[in-house]
Design a protein around this ligand. Sequence first.
Ligand code: GLA
Length: 355
Amino acid sequence: MSDRATGSDPAPAHGVACAARASALHRACFGADPTVGGSASGRVNLIGDHVDYAGGPVLPMAIAARTHVAIAPATRDAFASEWSGDEGWTRYASGVLVELRAAGVALPPVSVAVASEVPVGAGLSSSAALEVAVARAALALAGAAMAPREIALLCQRAEHVHAGTPCGIMDQWCVAHAQAGEAILLDCTTLAWRVVALPAELSIEIVDSGVRHALRDGGYAARRADVEEAARLLGVARLAEVPCATPAPGVTRASPALDALPPRLARRARHVVGECARVHRAVEALAAGDLALFGRLLSESHASLRDDFDVSTPELDAIVERARSDGALGARMTGGGFGGSAIIARRHAAATHGR
Ligand code: GLA
């Protein structure tokens, strides 16, 4: 599927209260009404974690919760948000402004006020939502247009250069392209993508573990470095190029070449190679309406992130175990890990009724 035609902002009506909070905050902090607003949704990743920067496939879904930005011309860039205490977030917002100007957008200095329904550090891409919302508002103020693809890449660059997080492209791409409730399959090597229909009887519950993560804390960068080192040792440009056999539903067998790697890198690589295969199998399972297989793949993904990639936490593991013992189709941590949220896949009660 090609990019949608514009970078325009599809904020649904339910975000109105949050948009009003951003405007009120702008008035309170900067003494003036905002000129324009912009917003973007958070995302939850259904499957395919820690594979985007290895060039693999991912299946994220935009969620209803949004971040709203109110913006106006000012004498210098200034920022205000509902989040108190941690001012680290301003680097994401100012980084987007810097990158927009570097890309030739005629943007004056601006005052930026942010209100958000996307919890910070919960693994739901509060940073990508902030970046894309700032980009949309700033573009609207400058009277400029940019395709969603360019917005996503610019926001990823802002995160790399100005916030210091070597993230992949999944979050910004999903947030810039998908509508709330829409899942997309994205190939992170080619950036080809398409919407994936979710069966009506599938319900995805998001459970916040309450443990806050900060991808900047170093664990994320260390995992990415491991993955790149494994690719280098295997002589491939991206680890996602290493084939993975799937001899039976839900069973993935990574290439024997991985066994030659040092033990830690072999485990990291096993996760990446297996996870890429699981994403494809999950998309097939959804198309076939095989929710049991889809759920099993989610649970396998969790085990791999926990045991081979070492990015889960006891709290996330407990949520996943509880879900499994109470009859869910499957469950897994979602996003970068080290805290954040888990997803639980269930069959809608209405759909199982009478079966
Ligand atoms: C974070 C990053 C993404 C991706 C996920 C893990 O959300 O921003 O690029 O790597 O972690 O899948």
